[in-house]
Design a protein around this ligand. Structure first.
Ligand SMILES: Nc1ncnc2c1ncn2[C@@H]1O[C@H](COP(=O)(O)OP(=O)(O)OP(=O)(O)O)[C@@H](O)[C@H]1O
Ligand SMILES: [Mg+2]
Length: 434
């Protein structure tokens, strides 16, 4: 059995409710006077190192300066005070803390209650702050600075991988390396860019969660993973958060990974790009499918107000049934990522992968490659170049290139025939009797 997080996003909500209930029952009655607001807040504002290093001479709005932080006794079961360390550095803290701010000019002191607690065994925390309403502008500025300080103390990996190994997704692809119709690339980039620059605000104005979902669909090897990698690189350059959901571990395509990705996005105060490869695999089980539909509706997930963009890929759009594809709002847009559709693109692809070996008379073979995906053309190029190297030759002849193309084509056809035959037999492999 694959270990799944002990709680789901509802867990975060339950924990938040628990903290809020304690605040309403205990803290607010004991501190009458201010008009208290209870807010979801980044746990950076409870972090001991962040608070210790926060510059006490920094002027916040209204001339307030951060003074002190001290533990407050809350019910141990709700927010136990607990410090944990990683490689001898204290890297986090849960509990309830009183944060004091002072404005010298008006000699005014204001207290804020900040609580942090775990909601999963895997170390996911949530934070809740209880702030006097008229102090909100000062607090917002303070919380943003805590976030920046926390990021500089603990730089996060550029891509968070959920499932799979941390080195399994390195976004190094540049946009120019991808050979696809320019309009398609431009439209995709434009969709992503305008969501983060303008779209997220429009969603909010319409009272919708700023959560957009795109699907890249195409046969294997057309460049979908390359597009994901290039978009991830683009997002990292803008200091966005990138989350890559991987099914490449023994848990496979498990629904909790999608849920964990959304929870991580919601906990972040950065615009967030989630990459979900081979989405169809998450829809195989009917129960999982219902959960995925729910998540795509977004009604139950917590939001990241800077915007979350989910980019999913699939080889089998037909496996993503009508309830997902056709219902408005579940997938906002589908981009078909095509195989090489004309001689010009086939030539560009072949030139790219032959590099210095390219000769103009190879164009004739390139023309035969129309209709195949980029990955296939690359394989032909590698095959042909290997033969040139083995034969110790300097140039690649049209004959060798054409022969490589036909050999790989035969391999594909043989594989197809094999699979078709076995599919017809219901994949019932029988061993020949000896
Ligand atoms: N449009 C393309 N432009 C340039 N190279 C390409 C393109 N498509 C595929 N390739 C080459 O083929 C390799 C595999 O492509 P990629 O992994 O992006 O395909 P994919 O669409 O994600 O396939 P799958 O559906 O099987 O996951 C790439 O690393 C690249 O070398
Ligand atoms: Mg892929």
């Amino acid at each position: 059995m694959c270990a799944t997080p002990s709680s789901n996003t509802n867990g975060a909500r339950l924990k938040t409710d628990q903290l809020a209930q304690w605040i309403n029952a205990e803290w607010i009655p004991a501190h009458p006077g201010p008009d208290w607001l209870v807010l979801n807040e980044s746990t950076a504002c409870a972090h001991n190192l962040v608070l210790e290093r926060f510059d006490r001479d920094t002027d916040l709005a209204g001339g307030f300066r951060f003074q002190e932080h001290e533990p407050v006794e809350a019910e141990a079961a709700i927010a136990p005070v607990f410090e944990y360390n990683h490689k001898a550095n204290i890297t986090g803290r849960t509990g309830a803390f009183r944060l004091t701010f002072h404005a010298a000019e008006t000699d005014q002191t204001v207290e804020v209650l900040m609580m942090a607690a775990y909601w999963t065994d895997e170390g996911h925390k949530i934070g809740v702050a209880c702030v006097p309403a008229d102090f909100l502008p000062v607090w917002t500025e303070f919380a943003a600075q805590c976030g920046r300080l926390s990021n500089s103390l603990y730089p996060q990996p550029k891509v968070r991988i959920i499932g799979g190994r941390s080195e399994s997704f390195e976004p190094t692809t540049s946009w120019d390396e991808i050979i696809l119709p320019d309009e398609l690339k431009a439209e995709l980039l434009n969709d992503v860019e305008s969501f983060f620059t303008k779209g997220a605000d429009i969603y909010k104005r319409l009272n919708l969660k700023p959560f957009r979902k795109l699907l890249l669909a195409g046969i294997p090897g057309t460049g979908k993973t390359m597009l994901c990698s290039a978009l991830a690189k683009w997002a990292i350059e803008r200091e966005f958060l990138v989350i890559y959901v991987s099914s490449a571990d023994y848990c496979g395509a498990a629904f909790w990974k999608i849920e964990a990705a959304l929870a991580t996005a919601a906990d972040s105060n950065l615009p967030t790009l989630i990459l979900l490869e081979e989405m169809d695999a998450y829809l195989r089980d009917d129960d999982d499918k219902a959960l995925v539909l729910n998540v795509l509706d977004g009604a139950e997930s917590r939001e990241n107000e800077k915007g979350t963009l989910l980019i999913a890929t699939t080889n089998y759009p037909e496996a993503i049934d009508e309830r997902v594809l056709k219902r408005p709002g579940r997938l906002d847009r589908v981009f078909i990522i095509p195989e090489v559709r004309d001689a010009d693109y086939a030539e560009r692809m072949l030139r790219r992968y032959l590099g210095d070996m390219w000769q103009d008379d190879h164009a004739i073979v390139a023309r035969e490659m129309v209709g195949y995906p980029g990955a296939f053309i690359r394989e032909v190029a590698i095959h042909a170049m290997t033969r040139v190297a083995f034969a110790d030759e300097d140039a690649l002849s049209v004959a060798v290139l054409d022969d490589s193309f036909n050999r790989l084509l035969d391999q594909i056809t043989a594989k197809d025939d094999f699979l078709t035959a076995h599919r017809k037999n219901g994949f019932g492999f029988t061993l020949a009797a000896k």
